[in-house]
Design a protein around this ligand. Structure first.
Ligand SMILES: Cc1ncc(COP(=O)(O)O)c(C=O)c1O
Length: 503
């Protein structure tokens, strides 16, 4: 098939009331549905198509984005844009108009890019620094075997029935005991087991936030949180992340906007890796108590320290019951078991539990049982000792590889724990061009823009240093160094303009 011929047939009418990107997307849709562009056909790069049709690159980006939303094309990082596989349709039956039936929704411009990034490591054997994923080779799989068939396995038929929405009671009790060893004084009644802390955050937002409510987040912050807050229709106030908490600005927000909540990751923050000092934590609690502020403390990384233990959690310093604590086993055991938890006042736990009932009735029993075993038999503590040692070495390997191969092109602070190196890329190299070149070399990471509300411009990139062993880590960073040295990732002004809407 001569793709140039097919594309030459596409006409754009500048006088039409329909936007040009829509005209282009509709022409492609007709050709794809009429099989003139069969599944698997590689479409021209955005810039090339823009030249061919004499339109701006932004127009093509928007047209491709719309086609992707309609499931007609798919982007493969580092490879290009392709016509997607279509389900076989009966020619007599018109396709279901799903798009017309869906409720209006928020769609982050980043979601498809990030889906690809997370899929990349298994799909292409990439060296991915993108997903915040533990090293799968370190998962303590023996625990699962033990839970299912080992001596300590006590699976009974009744345990495969429905259980209470707030969680498997033995797990809530063992979790309470484990948390008290780590300074959090809580109880089974004040604990809700959730399917990952992402679900916990969703429940909190559903329970507290209505469209146009104000919420405060750190900036930059966890992308998954930005996406849910944006989808909720909340107005988001940003508190810039720095070495110390800007308490003055925070108080100003509290007085001026009466926000519903403040979402913070005080320990080994995602993406910066920073720690909120003990003094700032105490001041924050003081301020929170004065203004009756609901503080959502998201703490997936607190146990992953590589030197001194971090300061106590906000929850353990809470004097007024205003802290809603989110924990997860995803980063310290198995992400796939999807078990996290919420600690809060009973009234909050009950309300979230009601909300959870609408979603999944309760989290998976088997997963809860396995985590319970990890806590009661001290598997978790033993595993934590191992991963702290291994990840600390990986952090140091990554840091020295960055200095060796990329020194002069980027700057970073050494994090004292967690998963991430947050790097400032020096101009004229641009993070999104770097990602494009890196993907072609089989390396991925997340550009900093993803962690800012509204995708604000950023010179940073986030590298997850825990997923790969020292050899792969160094190799991935060596490839990044090669791109810096070649000057390939520098951004010209034209592409800067065109690319802005994507990431
Ligand atoms: C700060 C933060 N919160 C929540 C999550 C989601 O974790 P879970 O797997 O428990 O849903 C992540 C995952 O990367 C995270 O970094």
């Amino acid at each position: 098939m001569d793709i140039a011929k097919v594309i030459n047939g596409i006409r754009v009418d500048p006088a039409s009331t329909a936007p040009m990107y829509l005209q282009i997307a509709n022409s492609f849709m007709t050709k794809i549905q009429g099989n003139l562009l069969p599944a698997g056909t590689k479409l021209p790069p955005e810039r090339e198509l823009a030249d061919l049709l004499s339109v701006s690159r932004t127009t093509i980006i928007n047209a491709y984005r719309l086609l992707e939303e309609r499931g007609l094309i798919a982007t493969r990082i580092g490879s290009g844009t392709y016509v997607a596989e279509m389900p076989a349709a009966d020619p007599q039956t018109p396709a279901m108009p799903w798009e017309q039936l869906f409720t209006p929704r928020y769609k982050s411009p980043l979601s498809s890019l990030l889906r690809n990034l997370v899929a990349a490591p298994t799909a292409n054997k990439n060296i991915s620094f993108a997903a915040g994923m533990p090293d799968p080779l370190l998962y303590p799989l023996n625990v699962i075997q033990e839970a299912l068939v080992g001596e300590r396995s006590s699976m009974e038929c009744a345990e495969f029935g429905y259980i209470a929405t707030d969680g498997y009671l033995p797990l809530k009790q063992s979790l309470t005991a484990w948390q008290s060893r780590h300074g959090i004084d809580t109880s089974a009644e004040k604990t809700l087991i959730v399917s990952g802390s992402q679900q916990g955050l969703y429940l909190i937002i559903k329970a507290f936030v209505e469209p146009r409510d104000y919420v405060i987040v750190e900036s930059p912050t966890y992308l998954g949180a930005i996406q849910i807050f944006e989808a909720s229709g909340a107005r988001i106030l940003c508190l810039p992340q720095s070495a110390s908490l800007d308490l003055e600005l925070l108080e100003d927000y509290l007085i001026r906007y009466r926000p519903k909540l403040f979402y913070t990751i005080p320990t080994f923050q995602n993406p910066t890796g920073r720690i909120m000092s003990l003094r700032d934590r105490q001041e924050l609690i003081r301020l929170g108590a004065r203004y009756r502020l609901a503080i959502v403390e998201d703490d997936p990384y607190g146990q992953l320290y590589y030197g001194q233990q971090p300061p106590p959690s906000l929850k353990s310093l809470d004097t007024y019951g205003g802290v809603i604590y989110l924990g997860t086993f995803s980063k310290i055991l198995f992400p796939a078991l999807r078990i996290g938890w919420v600690n809060a006042e009973t009234a909050v736990v009950n309300r979230l539990s009601e909300q959870k009932q609408f979603i999944d009735l309760h989290s998976n029993n088997l997963s809860q049982k396995i985590i319970h075993l990890c806590l009661t038999e001290d598997y978790l503590e033993a595993h934590l000792k191992t991963v702290r040692r291994v990840y600390r070495k990986r952090r140091d390997t990554a840091a020295s590889a960055l200095r060796r191969y990329c020194g002069g092109h980027l700057d970073f602070e050494l994090p004292e724990g967690g998963f991430y190196l947050w790097c400032d890329v020096r101009p004229p190299v641009s993070p999104d061009e770097l990602l494009r070149c890196a993907a072609a070399e089989g390396v991925t990471f997340v550009p900093g823009q993803a962690f800012y509300v509204n995708g604000a411009e950023s010179h940073q990139i986030r590298l997850c240093f825990v997923t790969h062993d020292d050899t792969l880590l160094s190799e991935g960073i060596r490839r990044l160094g090669k791109i810096f040295a070649s000057g390939a990732a520098q951004r010209d002004d034209q592409s800067k303009m065109a690319r802005k809407p994507i990431i």
